[in-house]
Design a protein around this ligand. Sequence first.
Ligand code: AMP
Length: 216
Amino acid sequence: MTNIILLGPPGAGKGTQAKRLVEERGMVQLSTGDMLREARTSGTEMGRKVAAVMDAGHLVTDDIVVGLIEEKLTHGAAAGGYIFDGFPRTLKQADALGALMARIGQPLDAVIELRVDDEALKQRIVGRFTCGNCGAVYHDMNHPPKVSGTCDACGGTAMKRRADDTEEALRTRMLAYYRDTSPLVGYYYAKGQLATVDGLAEMDAVSAALAKVLDT
Ligand code: AMP
């Protein structure tokens, strides 16, 4: 069993690669972004509280996301291992995750940084959309579905775009990444847990590089 963190700015491909690892290795994806979007859709009080913060591209408070992760981790171990996707995003969250993993007696095996060029990110994010039914990820230019508006994977026709995938919100999200999250690269490097993968390579090449880290 392997537990990993996928680290990288918005649009680096964390979600796409996490979904592949779930399919290929039976790992469990823990995406705080997905959990927060779910809370919004189901209209919980917390969901309503974070909506405007998320749409503007700011980070929600550490307490909220640590609480979400704690709830998942204390509900039994994932046989195939956990993929932390979009968490931790601050040093405080990283410390909280370390404490939580110690509490449940699980190792954190690797922290994989998907390194990407900032200009490429803008292009990736501003064109992306997903299937509302199965979550498959598409892009207007780089990866359109074979039949426009129809999901290749499940045939669904309800495509979704995120409210924060706009140029303005992206600027705020990038700022949050470089100010609050990028120090984690040094933090995990110093702990001897960091591996870096070229996130701009072809999707299959990124998967192969991740597999190499996971299998060594
Ligand atoms: P993501 O889907 O990971 O890009 O997350 C979407 C948005 O959810 C972010 O821009 C933040 O507003 C919020 N969010 C997700 N994960 C975290 C986190 N670990 N810490 C703080 N805010 C988060």
